[in-house]
Write a protein that binds this ligand. Sequence first.
Ligand code: NAD
Ligand code: MG
Length: 296
Amino acid sequence: MSNSSLNNPLKKYFNQDYPSQSQTEPGLESNLIPKPDAGEKSYQGSDQLRGRKALVTGGDSGIGRAVAIAYAREGADVAINYLPSEQSDAEEVKKYIEDTGRKAVLIPGDLKSETFNQKMVEKAVEELGGLDILALVAGKQQAEADITQLATQQLEETFITNVFSIFWTVKAALQYLEPGAAIITTSSIQAYKPSPFLLDYAATKGAIHTLTQGLSQQLASKGVRVNTVAPGPIWTPLQVTGAQPQEIIPSFGQNTPLKRAGQPVELSSVYVFLASDKASYVTGQTYGVTGGGLTN
Ligand code: NAD
Ligand code: MG
């Protein structure tokens, strides 16, 4: 007799070919076909973050959107950061947060500016009345198969967006983080299994892995935990904005052991756990959500 409460992970979400498509950076979730599942209809909270105040970068779309929605449904007030061109995606997330009865704060701006990182933190603290959770999800990824063609501008922008902004945000936020607060960064399976066409991006994700470990050691005595999530291939706007060679898009994710791309909602519970008191003895760790790709 089969157990109808079980869900086969191979088939739980979309596991067909994706239609070929492309958008210009940073892309919009609303233009992605099919639309990712960020938990809008499915994520159910259980008060795990009641009363917390969270800042989620990249909170308009993809993984950050799933995190923002989940945090609100777990009882947190949530500020999200994104680029100004993503305002329409951000407005949708704002509505999902407010539908839960929690406060939503929209902070558009470019993380490549140190000054903006400081202003973002100040605005989040002012509007939320404090800060307990930093979920640093924003990231830049552009494919380039040939290192001799890798422009210095791309190299700089990728490192500044993915790595420098974490330093700047944490520097600005630390004075507000009290014992029990949590920082969650977003690494990648690329830190461990780099694709030949993602040298710069993969190197930033390796840097985030090491930065997370080191920061966890520095902040442990303050009672602030620091962990990183390493996603595998997840269906998000980033992927169709030049992050992959175009010919990869239809079969995106099918080379994983679970033979499909992940959906952003499949990351939500990990970001919630790492932010919550249930993770009180967890710091300096990497959590892979990869469809089976190994993160070591
Ligand atoms: P996404 O496009 O939905 O999110 C990335 C977000 O980064 C954008 O929404 C944008 O708001 C933000 N961003 C980029 N440059 C910025 C800048 N200069 N200033 C402010 N915001 C900026 O894509 P996603 O896949 O959900 O990406 C989220 C994170 O997950 C990234 O760090 C990415 O590297 C990581 N990741 C994604 C995958 C995947 O397969 N999708 C795999 C591993 C890691
Ligand atoms: Mg976006």
